[in-house]
Design a protein around this ligand. Structure first.
Ligand code: ATP
Length: 304
């Protein structure tokens, strides 16, 4: 397979804390690679390393077949655009002025697709409106336009839908899908909003405590997902205790929701839980979802 990015035993340490621990990752050409991990798992640190904003403590990575210490990595990096944490934009300028600024930095004439780019990200009608008056979603899309100004074929987005309203989330999703389909851009996207990620990703890398736990294609993941029962209860702490007694496999999703695998006797479970003052509020058969798969993989628990 042809890979855009490969990390090999990449480690990053701050003082005594190992944030990335011998992490190996493979982003295939043409993929939308979803980097999945809880808060603090090391996603941003990993992205900062591959963007050249942080130096690995040991191990390394290859971008377009250039090793990270090879001087030619600079050329390889020109093929990459990134939005890491908050997009770097000037709030007192309009969308067009911001993009012109980036074109100037890159030495590109503004006739060279600037208006098409604004159109692509849905900001062509913002006129003289200053970015400080933009919604978060608009700012995020402008950040992506700036990252696209160098015409990259690899786009890296760190938590692009964090904090966006549902409309904003859909707009970013549609934009990423367009970039992937129409421009054949390979995308690396980190998120802990797994439901959203599952609508986009063709490949996944699951990281936990700085380590790569599994890399899998969306196709293989779908095949590996099992049927389960999603159950809403008043207290998943009690539910977990009862399910342990029955030796059933489960993932706790929140204080009030869990996925149970295998066959369960609903009547018996309802009675047993009501003895413990725990009520069942909802119950639904479904295929295992990405979130539950991830929790099963990393041993359950919620964001720390
Ligand atoms: P989030 O979704 O919360 O951003 P993340 O998976 O992106 O999580 P990172 O931001 O990479 O995680 O942080 C991983 C860990 O590294 C955290 O515990 C964080 O406190 C720590 N960390 C990050 N940068 C530094 C730094 N410059 N110095 C010390 N510790 C750091």
């Amino acid at each position: 397979m042809d890979y855009v990015l490969v990390t090999k035993e990449l480690s990053k340490q701050y003082g005594h804390s190992k944030i990335l621990n011998n992490l190996s990752m493979h982003v295939p050409k043409g993929a939308i690679y979803g980097l999945v991990g809880k808060n603090g798992a090391g996603k941003t640190t990993l992205i900062r390393c591959i963007c050249g904003l942080q130096k690995p403590t040991s191990g390394g990575y290859t971008l377009y077949a250039k090793k990270h210490f090879d001087p030619r990595i600079t050329q390889a990096r020109r093929r990459m655009g990134a939005v890491v944490e908050t997009p770097s934009i000037f709030l007192d300028m309009t969308a067009e002025e911001n993009l012109k600024q980036q074109y100037m930095i890159l030495g590109r004439p503004s006739e060279d697709g600037l208006h098409e780019l604004l159109e692509l990200v849905g900001l062509s009608d913002t006129g003289s409106k200053k970015v400080k008056n933009f919604s978060l979603g608009m700012k995020q899309r402008l950040g992506i336009a700036i990252a696209l100004a160098g015409n990259p074929d690899f786009l890296v987005l760190d938590e692009p839908v964090n904090g966006l309203d549902p409309q904003g989330v859909v707009e970013i999703r549609e934009l990423i899908l367009r970039l992937h389909e129409e421009r054949q851009i390979t995308v690396l996207i980190s998120s802990h909003i797994l439901d959203e990620l599952s609508r986009l990703a063709t490949h996944y890398g699951f990281i936990d405590r700085g380590q790569m736990v599994q890399e899998i294609s969306a196709e293989d993941l779908n095949a590996a997902c099992r049927k389960c029962t999603r159950i809403g209860v008043t207290d998943t702490g009690i539910l977990a205790r009862v399910l342990d007694e029955y030796q059933l496999e489960y993932s706790i999703l929140s204080d009030t929701e869990a996925d149970i695998f295998g066959t369960i006797g609903i009547t018996e479970l309802t009675l047993r839980l009501s003895h413990e003052n725990c009520e069942i509020t909802t119950i639904k058969e479904r295929g295992e979802q990405l979130e539950s798969y991830y929790l099963r993989l990393v041993g359950g628990g919620r964001d720390e």
